[in-house]
Design a protein around this ligand. Structure first.
Ligand code: M6R
Length: 614
Protein backbone atom coordinates (compact mmCIF):
# COMPACT_ATOMS: atom_id res chain seq x y z
CA UNK A 1 0.00 0.00 0.00
CA UNK A 2 1.13 3.58 0.40
CA UNK A 3 4.78 4.14 1.25
CA UNK A 4 6.54 6.98 3.03
CA UNK A 5 10.11 8.16 3.09
CA UNK A 6 11.63 11.23 4.69
CA UNK A 7 15.29 12.14 4.23
CA UNK A 8 17.41 14.69 6.09
CA UNK A 9 21.14 14.68 5.74
CA UNK A 10 24.03 15.76 3.65
CA UNK A 11 23.41 14.70 0.07
CA UNK A 12 20.72 15.87 -2.35
CA UNK A 13 17.24 15.09 -1.08
CA UNK A 14 15.48 14.35 -4.42
CA UNK A 15 17.96 11.64 -5.38
CA UNK A 16 17.73 9.97 -1.97
CA UNK A 17 13.95 10.18 -1.97
CA UNK A 18 13.67 8.68 -5.46
CA UNK A 19 15.95 5.83 -4.45
CA UNK A 20 13.73 5.19 -1.44
CA UNK A 21 10.54 5.36 -3.50
CA UNK A 22 11.97 2.77 -5.89
CA UNK A 23 12.37 0.43 -2.95
CA UNK A 24 8.79 1.07 -1.89
CA UNK A 25 7.42 0.22 -5.31
CA UNK A 26 6.88 -3.41 -4.39
CA UNK A 27 4.19 -2.42 -1.92
CA UNK A 28 1.83 -1.52 -4.76
CA UNK A 29 0.84 2.07 -5.62
CA UNK A 30 -0.68 4.17 -8.35
CA UNK A 31 0.86 7.64 -7.96
CA UNK A 32 3.89 9.22 -6.36
CA UNK A 33 5.22 12.55 -5.20
CA UNK A 34 7.75 14.44 -3.11
CA UNK A 35 8.35 17.78 -1.39
CA UNK A 36 11.80 19.27 -0.77
CA UNK A 37 13.19 22.59 0.39
CA UNK A 38 13.91 25.07 -2.35
CA UNK A 39 15.42 28.37 -1.24
CA UNK A 40 13.24 28.87 1.81
CA UNK A 41 10.03 27.47 0.40
CA UNK A 42 8.75 24.03 -0.47
CA UNK A 43 8.92 22.59 -3.98
CA UNK A 44 6.46 19.80 -4.76
CA UNK A 45 6.46 17.31 -7.64
CA UNK A 46 3.65 14.76 -8.09
CA UNK A 47 2.51 12.41 -10.78
CA UNK A 48 0.08 9.60 -11.42
CA UNK A 49 1.69 6.31 -12.40
CA UNK A 50 5.16 5.11 -11.65
CA UNK A 51 8.13 6.44 -9.71
CA UNK A 52 10.05 6.53 -13.00
CA UNK A 53 7.55 9.15 -14.22
CA UNK A 54 8.15 11.17 -11.06
CA UNK A 55 11.91 10.86 -11.58
CA UNK A 56 11.56 12.25 -15.10
CA UNK A 57 9.45 15.10 -13.86
CA UNK A 58 11.96 15.95 -11.13
CA UNK A 59 14.84 15.85 -13.62
CA UNK A 60 12.98 18.06 -16.07
CA UNK A 61 11.52 20.58 -13.61
CA UNK A 62 14.21 20.72 -10.96
CA UNK A 63 17.54 20.78 -12.77
CA UNK A 64 20.85 21.59 -11.14
CA UNK A 65 21.97 21.81 -7.56
CA UNK A 66 19.11 23.82 -6.14
CA UNK A 67 18.33 21.32 -3.44
CA UNK A 68 21.80 20.83 -2.11
CA UNK A 69 21.12 22.91 1.02
CA UNK A 70 19.42 22.03 3.24
CA UNK A 71 19.03 18.50 1.93
CA UNK A 72 15.70 17.50 3.38
CA UNK A 73 12.46 16.21 1.90
CA UNK A 74 9.55 13.78 2.15
CA UNK A 75 8.09 11.49 -0.49
CA UNK A 76 5.25 9.06 -0.99
CA UNK A 77 3.82 6.29 -3.12
CA UNK A 78 0.02 6.35 -2.98
CA UNK A 79 -2.42 3.46 -3.24
CA UNK A 80 -5.71 5.23 -3.85
CA UNK A 81 -8.38 5.08 -1.15
CA UNK A 82 -10.10 8.50 -1.18
CA UNK A 83 -10.17 9.74 -4.75
CA UNK A 84 -8.79 8.34 -7.98
CA UNK A 85 -5.06 7.91 -8.67
CA UNK A 86 -4.45 11.34 -10.23
CA UNK A 87 -1.49 13.61 -9.69
CA UNK A 88 -3.76 16.06 -7.84
CA UNK A 89 -4.65 13.37 -5.33
CA UNK A 90 -1.04 12.18 -5.03
CA UNK A 91 0.86 13.16 -1.88
CA UNK A 92 2.38 15.38 -0.54
CA UNK A 93 -0.51 17.71 0.24
CA UNK A 94 0.04 21.26 1.43
CA UNK A 95 -1.60 23.47 4.02
CA UNK A 96 -3.26 26.71 2.91
CA UNK A 97 0.01 28.68 3.14
CA UNK A 98 1.93 26.19 1.02
CA UNK A 99 4.60 26.11 3.71
CA UNK A 100 3.69 22.75 5.27
CA UNK A 101 3.75 19.48 3.33
CA UNK A 102 2.33 16.17 4.48
CA UNK A 103 2.56 12.56 3.29
CA UNK A 104 0.19 10.11 4.92
CA UNK A 105 -0.53 6.39 5.06
CA UNK A 106 -3.82 5.25 6.57
CA UNK A 107 -7.34 6.62 6.63
CA UNK A 108 -8.74 9.66 8.42
CA UNK A 109 -12.16 8.33 9.33
CA UNK A 110 -13.69 11.63 10.46
CA UNK A 111 -12.45 13.49 7.39
CA UNK A 112 -15.94 14.62 6.40
CA UNK A 113 -16.52 16.36 9.73
CA UNK A 114 -13.04 17.91 9.64
CA UNK A 115 -13.54 19.04 6.06
CA UNK A 116 -16.84 20.72 6.96
CA UNK A 117 -15.17 22.56 9.84
CA UNK A 118 -12.34 23.74 7.61
CA UNK A 119 -14.74 24.77 4.85
CA UNK A 120 -16.64 26.84 7.39
CA UNK A 121 -13.35 28.66 8.01
CA UNK A 122 -12.99 29.38 4.32
CA UNK A 123 -10.71 26.53 3.19
CA UNK A 124 -11.00 25.22 -0.35
CA UNK A 125 -9.52 21.89 -1.37
CA UNK A 126 -7.57 20.86 -4.43
CA UNK A 127 -7.91 17.11 -4.03
CA UNK A 128 -10.47 14.49 -3.04
CA UNK A 129 -8.21 13.10 -0.32
CA UNK A 130 -8.56 12.82 3.43
CA UNK A 131 -4.84 13.69 3.62
CA UNK A 132 -5.25 17.22 2.30
CA UNK A 133 -7.69 17.85 5.13
CA UNK A 134 -5.07 16.85 7.66
CA UNK A 135 -2.48 19.07 5.94
CA UNK A 136 -4.85 22.03 6.19
CA UNK A 137 -5.59 21.21 9.81
CA UNK A 138 -1.89 21.17 10.70
CA UNK A 139 -1.63 24.57 9.03
CA UNK A 140 -4.48 25.82 11.22
CA UNK A 141 -2.58 24.76 14.34
CA UNK A 142 0.75 26.19 13.22
CA UNK A 143 2.10 29.11 15.21
CA UNK A 144 5.85 28.68 14.95
CA UNK A 145 6.34 25.10 16.16
CA UNK A 146 5.61 22.37 13.63
CA UNK A 147 5.80 19.57 16.20
CA UNK A 148 3.10 21.22 18.32
CA UNK A 149 0.98 21.86 15.23
CA UNK A 150 1.17 18.21 14.14
CA UNK A 151 0.23 16.96 17.60
CA UNK A 152 -2.60 19.47 17.86
CA UNK A 153 -4.05 18.34 14.55
CA UNK A 154 -3.62 14.65 15.29
CA UNK A 155 -5.62 15.04 18.47
CA UNK A 156 -8.57 15.89 16.25
CA UNK A 157 -8.15 12.87 14.02
CA UNK A 158 -10.03 9.59 14.20
CA UNK A 159 -8.58 6.78 12.14
CA UNK A 160 -5.12 5.60 11.28
CA UNK A 161 -2.00 7.40 10.19
CA UNK A 162 1.67 7.09 9.54
CA UNK A 163 2.81 10.58 8.50
CA UNK A 164 5.83 12.67 7.63
CA UNK A 165 5.64 16.47 7.69
CA UNK A 166 7.93 19.15 6.35
CA UNK A 167 7.72 22.83 7.24
CA UNK A 168 9.37 25.60 5.25
CA UNK A 169 9.92 27.64 8.43
CA UNK A 170 11.80 24.82 10.16
CA UNK A 171 14.11 23.24 7.60
CA UNK A 172 16.21 21.36 10.14
CA UNK A 173 13.56 18.73 10.90
CA UNK A 174 10.98 16.29 9.65
CA UNK A 175 8.10 15.40 11.94
CA UNK A 176 6.81 11.84 11.82
CA UNK A 177 4.00 10.19 13.78
CA UNK A 178 2.04 6.97 13.74
CA UNK A 179 -1.19 5.36 14.81
CA UNK A 180 -1.99 2.04 13.16
CA UNK A 181 0.40 2.54 10.25
CA UNK A 182 4.11 1.86 10.68
CA UNK A 183 6.93 4.38 10.85
CA UNK A 184 10.50 3.33 11.38
CA UNK A 185 13.43 5.72 11.75
CA UNK A 186 16.97 4.96 10.67
CA UNK A 187 19.10 6.52 13.33
CA UNK A 188 21.59 9.15 12.23
CA UNK A 189 24.84 7.88 10.90
CA UNK A 190 27.29 10.51 9.66
CA UNK A 191 24.76 13.31 9.92
CA UNK A 192 21.97 11.61 8.04
CA UNK A 193 18.54 10.34 9.17
CA UNK A 194 15.91 8.54 7.15
CA UNK A 195 12.39 7.73 8.25
CA UNK A 196 10.09 5.42 6.32
CA UNK A 197 7.04 3.25 6.50
CA UNK A 198 9.14 0.20 5.65
CA UNK A 199 12.52 -0.83 7.02
CA UNK A 200 13.72 -2.09 3.62
CA UNK A 201 14.14 1.56 2.58
CA UNK A 202 16.56 2.22 5.43
CA UNK A 203 18.89 -0.65 4.90
CA UNK A 204 21.27 1.16 2.61
CA UNK A 205 21.57 4.06 5.06
CA UNK A 206 21.85 2.29 8.39
CA UNK A 207 21.34 -0.95 10.31
CA UNK A 208 20.20 0.88 13.49
CA UNK A 209 16.51 1.69 13.61
CA UNK A 210 13.74 2.78 15.94
CA UNK A 211 10.18 1.53 15.46
CA UNK A 212 7.61 4.04 16.62
CA UNK A 213 4.68 2.77 18.66
CA UNK A 214 1.12 3.94 18.15
CA UNK A 215 0.61 7.56 19.21
CA UNK A 216 4.33 8.31 19.09
CA UNK A 217 5.60 11.35 17.23
CA UNK A 218 9.22 12.24 16.54
CA UNK A 219 11.38 15.15 15.52
CA UNK A 220 13.88 13.76 13.04
CA UNK A 221 17.00 15.88 12.55
CA UNK A 222 20.15 15.07 10.59
CA UNK A 223 22.02 14.39 13.82
CA UNK A 224 19.39 12.60 15.88
CA UNK A 225 15.83 11.80 16.84
CA UNK A 226 13.59 12.99 19.66
CA UNK A 227 10.53 10.89 20.38
CA UNK A 228 7.51 12.12 22.31
CA UNK A 229 3.91 11.12 22.62
CA UNK A 230 1.16 13.22 21.12
CA UNK A 231 0.90 15.11 24.42
CA UNK A 232 4.53 16.19 24.04
CA UNK A 233 5.82 13.91 26.80
CA UNK A 234 9.23 12.39 25.94
CA UNK A 235 9.19 8.60 25.47
CA UNK A 236 12.06 6.17 25.07
CA UNK A 237 12.09 3.63 22.26
CA UNK A 238 14.83 1.09 21.80
CA UNK A 239 17.31 1.31 18.95
CA UNK A 240 17.37 -2.12 17.33
CA UNK A 241 19.47 -3.76 14.62
CA UNK A 242 17.92 -4.37 11.22
CA UNK A 243 19.66 -7.60 10.26
CA UNK A 244 18.80 -7.09 6.60
CA UNK A 245 21.34 -7.13 3.77
CA UNK A 246 20.99 -4.40 1.10
CA UNK A 247 21.21 -7.16 -1.55
CA UNK A 248 17.99 -8.74 -0.21
CA UNK A 249 16.10 -6.13 -2.19
CA UNK A 250 17.82 -6.99 -5.51
CA UNK A 251 16.51 -9.37 -8.16
CA UNK A 252 19.88 -10.93 -8.91
CA UNK A 253 19.77 -13.33 -11.87
CA UNK A 254 15.96 -13.43 -11.91
CA UNK A 255 13.65 -11.34 -14.04
CA UNK A 256 11.15 -10.96 -11.21
CA UNK A 257 11.24 -10.92 -7.43
CA UNK A 258 8.50 -13.54 -7.41
CA UNK A 259 10.64 -16.00 -9.35
CA UNK A 260 13.62 -15.24 -7.11
CA UNK A 261 11.54 -15.74 -3.98
CA UNK A 262 10.10 -19.01 -5.23
CA UNK A 263 13.66 -20.21 -5.74
CA UNK A 264 14.75 -18.95 -2.33
CA UNK A 265 12.37 -21.36 -0.62
CA UNK A 266 14.81 -24.16 0.22
CA UNK A 267 16.96 -21.63 2.05
CA UNK A 268 14.01 -19.79 3.58
CA UNK A 269 12.56 -23.06 4.85
CA UNK A 270 15.90 -24.17 6.21
CA UNK A 271 16.08 -20.86 8.10
CA UNK A 272 12.56 -21.37 9.47
CA UNK A 273 13.42 -24.89 10.64
CA UNK A 274 16.99 -24.41 11.84
CA UNK A 275 17.46 -25.18 15.53
CA UNK A 276 13.76 -25.75 16.04
CA UNK A 277 13.54 -29.55 15.81
CA UNK A 278 14.51 -31.73 18.73
CA UNK A 279 14.92 -35.30 17.46
CA UNK A 280 15.78 -36.68 20.88
CA UNK A 281 12.45 -35.65 22.33
CA UNK A 282 10.67 -35.87 18.98
CA UNK A 283 9.33 -32.35 19.30
CA UNK A 284 9.86 -28.77 18.22
CA UNK A 285 11.60 -26.05 20.20
CA UNK A 286 9.82 -22.75 19.70
CA UNK A 287 10.76 -20.61 22.65
CA UNK A 288 9.01 -17.59 21.15
CA UNK A 289 5.66 -19.26 21.79
CA UNK A 290 6.28 -18.41 25.43
CA UNK A 291 4.08 -21.18 26.72
CA UNK A 292 4.92 -23.44 29.64
CA UNK A 293 4.06 -27.16 29.31
CA UNK A 294 1.29 -26.56 31.82
CA UNK A 295 -0.19 -23.67 29.86
CA UNK A 296 -0.02 -25.77 26.70
CA UNK A 297 -1.85 -28.65 28.28
CA UNK A 298 -4.61 -26.31 29.49
CA UNK A 299 -5.35 -24.86 26.07
CA UNK A 300 -8.71 -25.89 24.67
CA UNK A 301 -8.74 -24.29 21.22
CA UNK A 302 -6.42 -22.93 18.62
CA UNK A 303 -7.83 -19.99 16.68
CA UNK A 304 -5.75 -18.76 13.77
CA UNK A 305 -6.45 -15.43 12.12
CA UNK A 306 -5.07 -14.08 8.87
CA UNK A 307 -5.91 -12.81 5.41
CA UNK A 308 -5.22 -14.02 1.88
CA UNK A 309 -2.27 -16.36 1.65
CA UNK A 310 -1.78 -16.28 5.41
CA UNK A 311 -5.37 -17.43 5.82
CA UNK A 312 -4.63 -20.38 3.55
CA UNK A 313 -1.58 -21.30 5.63
CA UNK A 314 -3.88 -21.27 8.66
CA UNK A 315 -6.18 -23.74 6.89
CA UNK A 316 -3.27 -26.18 6.67
CA UNK A 317 -2.57 -25.44 10.32
CA UNK A 318 -6.14 -26.43 11.23
CA UNK A 319 -5.53 -29.95 10.02
CA UNK A 320 -2.16 -30.15 11.72
CA UNK A 321 -3.37 -29.00 15.14
CA UNK A 322 -6.38 -31.28 15.15
CA UNK A 323 -4.48 -34.24 13.82
CA UNK A 324 -1.34 -33.94 15.93
CA UNK A 325 -2.45 -32.15 19.04
CA UNK A 326 -5.97 -33.44 19.32
CA UNK A 327 -7.19 -29.94 19.95
CA UNK A 328 -10.04 -28.08 18.32
CA UNK A 329 -8.54 -25.75 15.71
CA UNK A 330 -10.08 -23.19 13.43
CA UNK A 331 -8.91 -20.41 11.18
CA UNK A 332 -10.85 -17.20 10.79
CA UNK A 333 -10.67 -14.43 8.24
CA UNK A 334 -9.14 -11.64 10.30
CA UNK A 335 -11.32 -8.86 8.84
CA UNK A 336 -14.45 -10.41 10.29
CA UNK A 337 -13.00 -11.54 13.59
CA UNK A 338 -13.59 -8.51 15.77
CA UNK A 339 -17.07 -7.89 14.36
CA UNK A 340 -18.39 -11.34 15.16
CA UNK A 341 -17.68 -10.93 18.87
CA UNK A 342 -15.57 -14.08 19.07
CA UNK A 343 -15.92 -16.32 22.09
CA UNK A 344 -12.46 -16.35 23.65
CA UNK A 345 -10.86 -16.79 27.02
CA UNK A 346 -7.42 -17.69 28.36
CA UNK A 347 -7.80 -21.28 27.17
CA UNK A 348 -7.97 -20.06 23.57
CA UNK A 349 -4.65 -19.94 21.79
CA UNK A 350 -4.91 -17.24 19.12
CA UNK A 351 -2.25 -17.30 16.42
CA UNK A 352 -2.06 -14.21 14.19
CA UNK A 353 -0.50 -15.16 10.87
CA UNK A 354 0.92 -12.31 8.81
CA UNK A 355 3.95 -12.10 6.56
CA UNK A 356 4.19 -8.32 6.86
CA UNK A 357 2.99 -8.09 10.43
CA UNK A 358 1.18 -4.91 9.38
CA UNK A 359 -2.12 -6.13 7.92
CA UNK A 360 -4.71 -3.86 9.52
CA UNK A 361 -7.41 -6.51 9.89
CA UNK A 362 -5.05 -9.04 11.45
CA UNK A 363 -3.76 -6.40 13.85
CA UNK A 364 -7.33 -5.55 14.85
CA UNK A 365 -8.01 -9.25 15.44
CA UNK A 366 -4.96 -9.43 17.70
CA UNK A 367 -6.19 -6.50 19.75
CA UNK A 368 -9.66 -8.01 20.08
CA UNK A 369 -8.22 -11.36 21.19
CA UNK A 370 -5.95 -9.65 23.73
CA UNK A 371 -8.88 -7.64 25.03
CA UNK A 372 -10.75 -10.88 25.63
CA UNK A 373 -7.89 -12.42 27.57
CA UNK A 374 -6.88 -15.04 25.02
CA UNK A 375 -3.36 -16.38 24.79
CA UNK A 376 -2.17 -14.49 21.69
CA UNK A 377 0.96 -15.05 19.63
CA UNK A 378 2.09 -14.11 16.16
CA UNK A 379 3.68 -15.78 13.22
CA UNK A 380 5.27 -12.98 11.24
CA UNK A 381 8.10 -12.62 8.78
CA UNK A 382 8.95 -8.95 9.18
CA UNK A 383 11.00 -8.51 12.31
CA UNK A 384 9.83 -5.61 14.46
CA UNK A 385 6.50 -5.35 12.65
CA UNK A 386 3.52 -4.05 14.57
CA UNK A 387 1.81 -7.41 15.04
CA UNK A 388 5.06 -9.03 16.17
CA UNK A 389 5.65 -6.26 18.69
CA UNK A 390 2.09 -6.02 19.98
CA UNK A 391 1.71 -9.75 20.54
CA UNK A 392 4.98 -9.84 22.44
CA UNK A 393 5.29 -13.57 21.93
CA UNK A 394 5.59 -15.26 18.60
CA UNK A 395 7.70 -17.14 16.13
CA UNK A 396 9.45 -15.39 13.28
CA UNK A 397 9.57 -17.09 9.89
CA UNK A 398 13.09 -15.88 9.05
CA UNK A 399 12.18 -16.22 5.36
CA UNK A 400 14.02 -13.01 4.45
CA UNK A 401 12.39 -9.98 2.79
CA UNK A 402 9.48 -10.89 0.53
CA UNK A 403 9.29 -8.15 -2.08
CA UNK A 404 6.90 -9.53 -4.67
CA UNK A 405 3.27 -8.74 -3.93
CA UNK A 406 2.42 -12.40 -4.49
CA UNK A 407 3.39 -14.22 -1.34
CA UNK A 408 5.40 -17.41 -1.93
CA UNK A 409 8.20 -18.17 0.48
CA UNK A 410 6.19 -16.71 3.34
CA UNK A 411 3.40 -19.24 2.73
CA UNK A 412 5.64 -22.29 2.80
CA UNK A 413 7.50 -20.96 5.83
CA UNK A 414 4.21 -20.28 7.61
CA UNK A 415 3.10 -23.84 6.96
CA UNK A 416 6.33 -25.33 8.21
CA UNK A 417 6.23 -23.24 11.39
CA UNK A 418 2.59 -24.14 11.99
CA UNK A 419 3.52 -27.81 11.62
CA UNK A 420 6.26 -27.36 14.21
CA UNK A 421 3.85 -25.61 16.55
CA UNK A 422 1.36 -28.44 16.16
CA UNK A 423 4.15 -30.94 16.77
CA UNK A 424 5.15 -29.15 19.96
CA UNK A 425 1.56 -28.91 21.15
CA UNK A 426 0.95 -32.53 20.17
CA UNK A 427 3.96 -33.84 22.06
CA UNK A 428 2.74 -32.04 25.17
CA UNK A 429 -0.52 -33.93 24.78
CA UNK A 430 -1.15 -37.27 23.14
CA UNK A 431 1.14 -37.48 20.12
CA UNK A 432 3.36 -40.57 20.34
CA UNK A 433 7.12 -40.29 20.18
CA UNK A 434 7.11 -42.41 17.05
CA UNK A 435 4.63 -40.22 15.20
CA UNK A 436 6.34 -37.08 16.46
CA UNK A 437 9.68 -38.30 15.20
CA UNK A 438 8.24 -39.22 11.81
CA UNK A 439 6.88 -35.70 11.43
CA UNK A 440 10.07 -34.05 12.70
CA UNK A 441 12.03 -35.98 10.08
CA UNK A 442 9.53 -35.07 7.39
CA UNK A 443 9.75 -31.38 8.33
CA UNK A 444 13.53 -31.58 8.28
CA UNK A 445 13.34 -32.92 4.73
CA UNK A 446 11.12 -30.13 3.40
CA UNK A 447 13.91 -27.92 1.95
CA UNK A 448 15.20 -30.87 -0.08
CA UNK A 449 11.67 -31.69 -1.30
CA UNK A 450 11.23 -28.13 -2.46
CA UNK A 451 14.60 -28.15 -4.25
CA UNK A 452 13.37 -31.10 -6.26
CA UNK A 453 10.24 -29.23 -7.32
CA UNK A 454 12.38 -26.28 -8.34
CA UNK A 455 14.45 -28.53 -10.59
CA UNK A 456 11.24 -29.00 -12.58
CA UNK A 457 10.97 -25.25 -13.23
CA UNK A 458 11.63 -25.57 -17.02
CA UNK A 459 9.17 -28.46 -17.29
CA UNK A 460 6.50 -26.45 -15.43
CA UNK A 461 7.18 -23.49 -17.74
CA UNK A 462 6.51 -25.79 -20.71
CA UNK A 463 3.19 -26.93 -19.21
CA UNK A 464 2.25 -23.30 -18.53
CA UNK A 465 2.51 -22.54 -22.24
CA UNK A 466 -0.66 -24.60 -22.76
CA UNK A 467 -2.63 -22.51 -20.26
CA UNK A 468 -1.78 -18.99 -21.34
CA UNK A 469 -5.03 -18.40 -23.19
CA UNK A 470 -8.42 -18.43 -21.54
CA UNK A 471 -10.03 -16.29 -18.91
CA UNK A 472 -11.14 -18.81 -16.30
CA UNK A 473 -9.65 -21.67 -14.32
CA UNK A 474 -10.89 -23.87 -11.50
CA UNK A 475 -8.66 -25.29 -8.78
CA UNK A 476 -9.92 -28.23 -6.76
CA UNK A 477 -8.63 -30.26 -3.84
CA UNK A 478 -9.83 -32.06 -0.74
CA UNK A 479 -8.56 -32.28 2.83
CA UNK A 480 -5.10 -30.77 3.11
CA UNK A 481 -5.07 -30.21 -0.63
CA UNK A 482 -8.07 -27.89 -0.40
CA UNK A 483 -6.04 -24.95 0.98
CA UNK A 484 -3.41 -25.78 -1.64
CA UNK A 485 -6.07 -25.40 -4.34
CA UNK A 486 -7.19 -22.07 -2.84
CA UNK A 487 -3.64 -20.79 -2.68
CA UNK A 488 -2.86 -21.98 -6.22
CA UNK A 489 -5.92 -20.15 -7.53
CA UNK A 490 -5.04 -16.99 -5.60
CA UNK A 491 -1.54 -17.00 -7.10
CA UNK A 492 -2.84 -17.40 -10.63
CA UNK A 493 -5.53 -14.74 -10.39
CA UNK A 494 -3.44 -12.08 -8.70
CA UNK A 495 -0.53 -12.14 -11.11
CA UNK A 496 -1.98 -13.38 -14.43
CA UNK A 497 -5.45 -11.76 -14.17
CA UNK A 498 -7.01 -15.07 -15.20
CA UNK A 499 -10.16 -15.52 -13.17
CA UNK A 500 -9.22 -18.54 -11.05
CA UNK A 501 -11.31 -19.94 -8.22
CA UNK A 502 -10.37 -22.60 -5.73
CA UNK A 503 -13.03 -25.00 -4.50
CA UNK A 504 -13.27 -27.97 -2.27
CA UNK A 505 -13.50 -30.68 -4.92
CA UNK A 506 -16.76 -32.01 -3.49
CA UNK A 507 -18.32 -28.54 -3.53
CA UNK A 508 -18.07 -28.26 -7.30
CA UNK A 509 -21.23 -30.17 -7.98
CA UNK A 510 -23.20 -27.97 -5.60
CA UNK A 511 -23.05 -25.07 -8.01
CA UNK A 512 -19.75 -24.13 -9.63
CA UNK A 513 -19.85 -27.09 -12.01
CA UNK A 514 -22.52 -25.16 -13.94
CA UNK A 515 -19.67 -23.00 -15.21
CA UNK A 516 -17.64 -25.85 -16.64
CA UNK A 517 -17.53 -25.96 -20.41
CA UNK A 518 -15.39 -27.94 -22.82
CA UNK A 519 -11.76 -26.85 -22.63
CA UNK A 520 -12.01 -24.93 -19.33
CA UNK A 521 -8.92 -25.74 -17.24
CA UNK A 522 -9.42 -27.55 -13.94
CA UNK A 523 -6.29 -27.76 -11.82
CA UNK A 524 -6.77 -30.81 -9.61
CA UNK A 525 -4.48 -31.14 -6.60
CA UNK A 526 -4.38 -34.90 -6.31
CA UNK A 527 -1.18 -35.75 -4.47
CA UNK A 528 -0.97 -39.18 -2.98
CA UNK A 529 -2.34 -38.37 0.48
CA UNK A 530 -5.58 -39.39 2.20
CA UNK A 531 -8.58 -38.12 0.23
CA UNK A 532 -6.97 -38.54 -3.18
CA UNK A 533 -9.35 -41.28 -4.31
CA UNK A 534 -12.33 -39.06 -3.66
CA UNK A 535 -10.66 -36.26 -5.62
CA UNK A 536 -10.24 -38.64 -8.54
CA UNK A 537 -14.02 -39.15 -8.52
CA UNK A 538 -14.53 -35.37 -8.63
CA UNK A 539 -12.06 -35.12 -11.51
CA UNK A 540 -14.15 -37.57 -13.50
CA UNK A 541 -17.18 -35.30 -12.98
CA UNK A 542 -15.19 -32.45 -14.53
CA UNK A 543 -13.83 -34.56 -17.35
CA UNK A 544 -17.39 -35.65 -18.21
CA UNK A 545 -18.13 -31.95 -18.90
CA UNK A 546 -15.15 -31.61 -21.21
CA UNK A 547 -12.84 -29.80 -18.77
CA UNK A 548 -9.09 -29.89 -19.37
CA UNK A 549 -7.47 -31.41 -16.29
CA UNK A 550 -4.08 -30.33 -15.05
CA UNK A 551 -3.12 -32.55 -12.14
CA UNK A 552 -0.69 -31.89 -9.33
CA UNK A 553 0.31 -35.47 -8.68
CA UNK A 554 2.91 -37.50 -6.86
CA UNK A 555 5.81 -38.78 -8.94
CA UNK A 556 5.34 -42.40 -9.91
CA UNK A 557 1.59 -42.45 -9.18
CA UNK A 558 0.86 -43.84 -12.63
CA UNK A 559 -2.86 -44.46 -12.12
CA UNK A 560 -3.47 -40.88 -11.07
CA UNK A 561 -1.26 -39.48 -13.81
CA UNK A 562 -3.34 -41.44 -16.31
CA UNK A 563 -6.45 -39.48 -15.22
CA UNK A 564 -4.94 -36.13 -16.23
CA UNK A 565 -4.47 -34.24 -19.49
CA UNK A 566 -1.27 -32.62 -18.17
CA UNK A 567 0.61 -32.96 -14.91
CA UNK A 568 2.90 -31.14 -12.52
CA UNK A 569 4.66 -33.86 -10.54
CA UNK A 570 5.91 -33.48 -6.99
CA UNK A 571 8.00 -35.83 -4.85
CA UNK A 572 6.22 -38.15 -2.40
CA UNK A 573 5.93 -36.73 1.11
CA UNK A 574 4.40 -37.15 4.56
CA UNK A 575 0.74 -36.04 4.17
CA UNK A 576 1.17 -32.97 6.39
CA UNK A 577 4.20 -31.67 4.52
CA UNK A 578 2.93 -32.67 1.07
CA UNK A 579 1.10 -29.34 0.90
CA UNK A 580 4.43 -27.55 0.52
CA UNK A 581 5.84 -29.10 -2.68
CA UNK A 582 2.34 -29.00 -4.20
CA UNK A 583 2.07 -25.27 -3.56
CA UNK A 584 5.55 -24.61 -4.91
CA UNK A 585 4.62 -26.33 -8.19
CA UNK A 586 1.51 -24.14 -8.42
CA UNK A 587 3.52 -20.99 -7.63
CA UNK A 588 5.82 -21.77 -10.56
CA UNK A 589 2.86 -22.57 -12.79
CA UNK A 590 1.17 -19.25 -11.98
CA UNK A 591 4.44 -17.40 -12.42
CA UNK A 592 5.07 -18.81 -15.89
CA UNK A 593 1.49 -18.27 -17.07
CA UNK A 594 1.70 -14.63 -15.96
CA UNK A 595 5.14 -14.19 -17.53
CA UNK A 596 3.93 -15.59 -20.83
CA UNK A 597 0.94 -13.26 -20.71
CA UNK A 598 3.33 -10.33 -20.20
CA UNK A 599 1.86 -9.30 -16.84
CA UNK A 600 3.61 -6.96 -14.36
CA UNK A 601 4.24 -9.86 -12.02
CA UNK A 602 5.80 -8.17 -9.00
CA UNK A 603 3.32 -5.32 -8.88
CA UNK A 604 -0.05 -6.55 -10.05
CA UNK A 605 -2.68 -3.92 -10.69
CA UNK A 606 -4.73 -2.75 -7.71
CA UNK A 607 -2.76 -4.84 -5.23
CA UNK A 608 -0.55 -3.85 -2.34
CA UNK A 609 2.06 -5.86 -0.50
CA UNK A 610 0.75 -5.08 2.92
CA UNK A 611 -2.83 -4.01 3.39
CA UNK A 612 -2.64 -1.45 6.13
CA UNK A 613 -6.20 -0.18 5.84
CA UNK A 614 -9.33 -1.98 6.97
O1 M6R B 1 1.24 -9.64 5.25
P1 M6R B 1 0.08 -10.58 5.38
O2 M6R B 1 0.50 -12.01 5.38
O3 M6R B 1 -0.78 -10.27 6.57
O4 M6R B 1 -0.78 -10.34 4.08
C1 M6R B 1 -2.01 -10.96 3.91
C2 M6R B 1 -2.47 -10.86 2.49
O5 M6R B 1 -2.67 -9.53 2.13
C3 M6R B 1 -1.48 -11.49 1.51
O6 M6R B 1 -1.20 -12.80 1.85
C4 M6R B 1 -2.03 -11.44 0.07
O7 M6R B 1 -3.13 -12.28 -0.02
C5 M6R B 1 -0.94 -11.82 -0.94
N1 M6R B 1 -0.89 -10.85 -1.98
C6 M6R B 1 -1.17 -13.12 -1.60
O8 M6R B 1 -0.17 -13.43 -2.51
Amino acid sequence: MCGIIGYIGKSEAPANLLKGLKKLEYRGYDSAGMAVFDNGRLAVAKTSGKVSALAEKVRAEWPGERFARPPVGIAHTRWATHGSPTSLNAHPHLDASGGIALVHNGIIENYRALRARLEAKGHGFLSETDTEILARLIGEFYSGDIFDAVCGALHQVEGTFGIAVLCAQEPDRIIVARRGSPIVIGVGVDGECVAASDASVLVEHTQRVIYLDDNDAAIVRADGVEIRDLDNVPVTRAVVGLDMAPSAAEKGRFAHFMHKEIHEQPEALANAIRGRLDFTRATAVLSGMGTSPRELSELERVVMVGCGTSLHAGMVGEYAFEDLADIHAEVQQAAEFRYRNPILDRRAFVVAISQSGETADTLAAVREAQQKGAFVMSLCNVVGSTIARETGRGVYLHAGPEISVASTKAFTSQVVVLLMMALKLGRGRRLSREDGLALARAIDGVPALVSRVLEADPAIAAVAERFVEGEHAFYIGRGLMHPVALEGALKLKEISYIHAEGYHAAELKHGPIALLAPGVPVVAVACDVPGKDKTLGNIEECRARGARILGVVTEGDADTIACMDSVLTVPPAHPLVATIPAVVALQLFAYHVARLRGCPIDQPRNLAKSVTVE
